[in-house]
Design a protein around this ligand. Sequence first.
Ligand code: 13P
Length: 248
Amino acid sequence: MRRRLVAGNWKLHGSKTMVNSLVSDVINGLENEARTEVAICPPFVYLQQADSLLTGSAVRLGAQNVSAEIEGAYTGEVSAAMLLDVGCTYAIVGHSERRALYAEDDDMVGRKFHVAQQAGLTPILCVGETLEERNSGATEAVVASQLKAVIAAAGADGLAKGVIAYEPIWAIGTGKTATPQQAQEVHEFIRELIRQHSSLADQCRILYGGSVKPDNAAELFAMPDIDGGLIGGASLKAGDFLVICNAA
Ligand code: 13P
């Protein structure tokens, strides 16, 4: 049985005051922590503050990005070892915003995944198609090529030991959620693709992301291959995030 995971991706939001209140509200409001794992991914500069607040709680810490380099002359980068050092368990790699706005290609995403995993972090790999790609019937081909780049870098067992987040780009921040059936179809496709190369496919957690809200979380999480969610906007409000976590 795969343990559910709900992770909040705060993106470029937060302040010291907000970290204090949001993290304590989340810790205090969680039910059923044993069944569902919860993680928060604040901006880099707040990781250490969040880590101190999370001491003694079961909520995990994740970063929104990680360098593909180990160390050296890479101004502005943050390494996987540094993220572990400040208490991270997870690192998101290949979010569509980074692919689109910061020119991260499949090769770089594969390297980030591998480097994070080698360092001891669990990478959360984001994959997903644009609306044009969906409308032209290319969803599976796009997702397959994103997965194959990571298999090339980290191996199929490596991919299966990470977490995958299926985030259709047309559903991110738009209020347009994939229907549970649309999401399930892609999640099943992802698991089958892994199964062709690895015996660990049934262990791999595949999250759905894209306008997950308190009123649609339960029906998404009820699908057999949806193992939780990667939550953007709704993770910034403790009340909404807790409803989603508790739905899982
Ligand atoms: P929203 O939940 O705001 O649509 O964002 C989803 C996302 O991009 C999580 O990584």
